[in-house]
Design a protein. Structure first.
Length: 250
């Protein structure tokens, strides 16, 4: 049975990934900072309460592993919604820490395990914010761009060991986290929540948000043998997001 480790896997997008990998027959391991969410995970999952940006905590989790086939470095936070001159440095650092350093630490500790097996797949969660500039989201966009640079480097470094690395760039995903973003952006721009929502949806060819399952299914594909020659790629699961226009709510 293949094993997958998913950071921030107890809720939201990570939970959907974990459920889909479970359905695909994987041995599922998850980390999360939310102890309550971890308690709702199925009994057959191996769960750890750990902050993805805490090196000591992540080293402890990986120290429990004797092998790893797939890593989903998924932990992330939305960060502040504000003009760049209004972003506090502490808020910038917190956003970059979880989104970028969390992915780095997961890859750092997964690499030796995968090298031992001369195989493996790393899947980093970026965002369409890693493809375009996003007004009022400077820390998040900067971190998600950096995740793509990390992924490209991992693919080059680890490819000779039979290890693949790819990044998924979700668009706006239905759920509580995006609702928080919509509320903050509406307040910052003097708009209603629905105006901001419609602006995001209008910026896609499909005129729709995506669902967590859409991203989870892509993660399972990238972790499977069917994607054995797919590496170094950034794959948007977003209904084709166009370059965001601040006039329509992005």
């Amino acid at each position: 049975m293949k094993r997958v480790l998913i950071t921030a896997g107890a809720s939201g997008l990570g939970r959907a990934m974990a459920e889909h990998f479970d359905a695909a027959g994987f041995d599922v391991w998850v980390t999360d900072v939310d102890a309550a969410a971890l308690r709702t995970c199925p009994e057959n999952w191996t769960c750890f309460e750990a902050n993805a940006a805490d090196e000591q905590a992540m080293a402890g989790v990986f120290g429990e592993l004797d092998r790893l086939d797939v890593l989903c470095a998924n932990a992330g936070i939305a960060g502040p919604t504000a003009l760049v001159e209004d972003v506090a440095l502490d808020d910038w650092r917190a956003c970059v820490s979880v989104n970028l350093e969390g992915a780095f630490l997961a890859a750092k500790y997964a690499a030796p395990l995968m090298k031992q097996a001369h195989s493996g797949a790393m899947i980093l969660t970026s965002s369409t914010a890693g493809l375009f500039g996003y007004p009022n989201r400077a820390p998040y966009a900067a971190a998600k761009w950096a995740v793509i640079g990390l992924m490209k480097t991992l693919a080059m470094e680890l490819g000779p060991f039979g290890i693949r690395a790819n990044a998924i760039c979700p668009g706006s995903v239905e759920g509580p986290r995006m609702e928080g973003v919509l509320a903050r952006e509406a307040a910052a721009k003097g708009m209603t929540r629905d105006q901001v929502y419609n602006g995001y949806a209008a910026g896609t060819s499909m005129r729709s948000f995506v669902e967590a399952r859409d991203v989870a299914e892509m993660a399972v594909f990238l972790g499977s043998d069917a994607a054995r020659m797919v590496s170094g790629q950034l794959i948007a699961v977003d209904g084709h997001t166009e370059n965001p226009d601040p006039k329509v709510g992005h």
